[in-house]
Design a protein around this ligand. Structure first.
Ligand code: XMP
Length: 326
């Protein structure tokens, strides 16, 4: 029988059998997948686990703080935070191709992470020759879409599967590999992970880097973060968080259009709202959000983010569109 309790029991046993008494590292992103994976591993091997949070500078407003405070408060897990924002920005300079961005972010992520993992082992005063394991919150749809499943096509390099470098020095622990998102949430609740984390909407590993169409720069990130925060606030205020799967806000950084704001002509950028409903992200439909909510989001973004003078709505299903624009 499939029950969250059975999944926890099976995975705890499997994790213990796999890692023995060795040290385990987990890349925590703040999302439900890595949080539930970490909670499972902590239940299995306790203090053998250290979570590493790589702040790649591509996060939304308030996200780093949420990981540092909420998750640690709830679980008491060992956490190491690495601020690598400058490094990622340098690596992404001049890059506009979506797959190249994904590969760069995946590569830099694993390098920063490997460095952090070495430090964790050193700080624990252990031998660097010791086998180390890496926990990843890979779900079944990630496996399928990255070409790992049967009959799969490679659609995008999800950075936690297909984008890993060949010289990866960790053995992977992937306790969520057979699960869909709703099952992961049930397992999270079973483990006592707080509802705020369990019900968090998905957010891609490469973060805002794949929601800026064009080159990723610090200034563009700031613009997108501001617009995204408005959209999230209004959707939450309208009580829509559980009705929609997620609502990417996408900055068309190389597109400009003429507007009139205040007393004068503007020549600003559009953002796209991409609200979708979905069961498992394999397919999705665009969400029919109430017009008044859309109107509030649009008004607030154009009133508070001066670089943005137009808000547009994406009314494409998946397929043919993917959920993210890159
Ligand atoms: P797409 O754009 O492929 O997205 O329709 C499907 C779901 O996956 C999320 N997504 C990612 N998640 N690493 C992740 O962990 C990634 O590289 C990645 N790319 C997309 C996306 O937000 C949506 O929920």
């Amino acid at each position: 029988d499939w029950t969250p309790g059975n999944v926890v029991a099976e995975q705890v046993a499997a994790i213990r059998a796999q890692v023995g008494t060795d040290r385990v590292i987990c890349a925590l992103s703040g999302g439900v997948d890595s949080s539930v994976a970490a909670a499972l591993v902590q239940k299995a091997v306790g203090d053998q686990l250290t979570c590493v949070f790589v702040d790649h500078g591509l996060l939304r407003a308030g996200e780093a703080e949420q990981v540092e405070k909420d998750f640690v408060a709830a679980t008491g897990v060992n956490l190491k935070v690495v601020d690598a924002a400058d490094r990622f920005l340098r690596a992404l300079a001049g890059v506009t191709d979506p797959e190249t961005k994904r590969k760069i972010i995946g590569r830099e992520f694993i390098r920063v992470f490997e460095q952090a993992a070495r430090e964790v082992v050193e700080e624990a005063g252990e031998s660097s020759a010791e086998v180390r394991y890496l926990v990843q919150g890979t779900l079944y749809p990630d496996v399928v879409e990255s070409g790992g499943g049967e009959g799969a096509a490679n659609i995008k390099s999800h950075h936690n599967v297909g984008g890993l470098p060949e010289d990866l020095q960790f053995e992977l622990v992937e306790p969520l590999r057979t699960l869909f998102k709703d099952e992961v949430r049930a397992v999270g609740l079973e483990l006592g992970v707080p509802e705020a984390i369990v019900w968090r909407q998905p957010f891609p590993g490469p973060g805002l880097g794949i929601r800026i169409i064009g080159e990723v720069t610090a200034e563009r990130l700031e613009i997108l973060r501001a617009a995204d925060a408005v959209a999230r606030e209004e959707l939450t205020a309208a009580g829509l968080d559980r009705d929609i799967w997620q609502c990417p806000v996408v900055l068309l950084a190389d597109v400009r259009s003429v507007g009139v704001q205040g007393d004068g002509r503007t020549y600003g950028h559009p953002v796209v709202l991409r609200p979708v409903s979905s069961e498992d992200a394999m397919t999705a439909d665009w969400s029919r959000l109430p017009y008044d909510v859309l109107a509030r989001i649009s008004n607030r973004i154009t009133n508070t983010v001066p670089e943005i003078n137009r808000v547009v709505l994406d009314v494409t299903s998946k397929p043919p569109g993917t959920i993210e624009w890159e």
